[in-house]
Design a protein around this ligand. Structure first.
Ligand code: SAM
Length: 308
């Protein structure tokens, strides 16, 4: 396979490189904004699970504008290191940890955010129930942080997997936001269960006190969601967003999109920094990876020390 084959298979991957985005996910946030006008009046934003940083790029470009407004505050958080971006403060940490949440809160110096976005995704295992469960936990961790930093009336956008238990999540979100919509941007493949919840107008229940050391929802607010059945199950509107003329992420396009412009391969905008597979690449380069016919190579030794 040539290096242009991904450009052909994935039109948004290719456009991301052409427009200087670090990842194709940038288009998802841009298309969500087209539909929901998310950035209007926003000067403080949090990007949870931000690496490699295309959503932070979108926030930086859209919120700071041409005059690179210094008023705008953007905080980005991820487990992984991320190359710097103009106007974006970075925190390397786990959003499920109290210490990370506290650090984000400190960065806002008592002020509230207008918008919190979270494109968090676990490393998928292929076991759908497990993947959906971990994804839901990430979303709840993001919501927990959001309850600490978001101003009343503010908005929260997060990736969600539309699995069989998704209505439970909708119910939980509905407690905190007056409007919850499930949206599918055109740049998100139809073949994927990924979608985004757009939660508008943050309005927590009266007397709700955000507390990082408690589970977000102690179920003391009205109902036991698992008991909801039939018509009582929460249904939220589902919206496909992005211009209908926008590229279809499930289609393959020819390399030359425009007859007047010749196709040219472009490298990714930002190669990964300190990726988790870096050590394996180094071992392979030095021919230190275990071979099939020598069961106790250096990697095996390392793994046996870790009891794996
Ligand atoms: N929105 C990003 C962009 O546009 O470049 C892409 C985000 S990527 C799909 C998902 C990210 O979630 C990964 O970088 C991963 O490290 C991060 N992540 C997963 N679990 C996390 C956690 N518990 N805390 C912080 N980040 C996490």
């Amino acid at each position: 396979m040539g290096r242009s084959s991904k450009d052909k298979r994935d039109i948004y991957y290719r456009l991301a490189k052409e427009e200087g985005w670090r990842a194709r996910s940038a288009f998802k946030l841009l298309q969500l904004d087209e539909e929901f006008n998310l950035f209007k009046g926003v000067s403080r934003a949090v990007d949870l699970c931000a690496a490699p940083g295309s959503w932070s790029q979108v926030l930086s470009r859209k919120l700071r504008g041409k005059d690179k407004s210094e008023e705008v505050k953007i905080v980005a958080v991820d487990l992984q290191a991320m190359a710097p971006l103009p106007g974006v403060t970075q925190i390397q940490g786990d959003i499920t940890k109290i210490s990370t949440a506290q650090e984000i809160i400190r960065h806002f110096e008592g002020q509230s955010a207008d918008l919190v976005v979270c494109d968090g995704a676990p490393d998928v295992t292929g076991l759908h129930d497990v993947d959906e469960y971990i994804q839901a936990q990430l979303l709840l961790a993001a919501l927990n942080i959001t309850t600490h930093v978001l101003k009343p009336g503010g908005n929260f956008v997060a990736k969600i997997f539309r699995g069989k238990d998704v209505t439970l999540l909708y119910s939980q979100l509905k407690i905190f936001f007056s409007s919850v919509t499930c949206a599918k941007p055109r740049s998100s493949r139809n073949s994927s269960i990924e979608a985004f919840v757009v939660c508008q107008n943050y309005s927590p229940p009266e007397g709700y006190v955000p507390n990082m050391s408690n589970p977000l929802l102690d179920h003391s607010y009205d109902v036991d969601f698992n008991q909801l059945e039939g018509p009582n199950r929460i249904i939220v509107p589902f919206l496909a967003c992005g211009d209908l003329s926008a590229f279809d992420s499930d289609r393959t396009y020819p390399l030359q999109l425009d007859s007047s412009k010749e196709y040219q391969y472009l490298p990714p905008t930002q190669p990964p920094i300190r990726p988790p597979y870096q050590q394996a690449c180094q071992l392979r380069k030095n021919n230190l990876l275990a071979k099939e016919d020598s069961p106790s190579g250096p990697l095996d030794d390392a793994l046996s020390t870790l009891h794996l």
